[in-house]
Design a protein around this ligand. Structure first.
Ligand code: FES
Length: 84
């Protein structure tokens, strides 16, 4: 079940990379895009607060925090698999 979800997500990401569609926003309050979050994670952000800090802002309504945590966890999981 989880692998299917990840594959669908990867396929969606690949589609979004190949077509110049609208940017995907993770945080509407601060205008933080998905690629901004991924960049912050790649630069070492391990908590949503660090993602906000990297963008020079802070949480407003915090509705995006769960999605940021999920992206951080997925990144960790991908690194763990890559290390095996
Ligand atoms: S959506 Fe991110 S703080 Fe509101």
């Amino acid at each position: 079940m989880r692998c299917i979800h990840r594959r669908d997500r990867l396929e969606n990401e690949n589609c979004s990379q190949s077509s110049p569609g609208p940017p995907l926003y993770v945080c509407n309050c601060n205008g933080i895009r998905e690629r901004d979050v991924r960049h912050a994670i790649a630069c070492g952000a391990s908590r949503p607060a660090e993602v906000f800090k990297s963008q020079g802002c802070q949480a407003q309504c915090a509705k995006c925090v769960c999605e940021m945590r999920q992206m951080i966890d997925e990144s960790r999981e991908a690194l763990r698999y890559a290390a095996e």
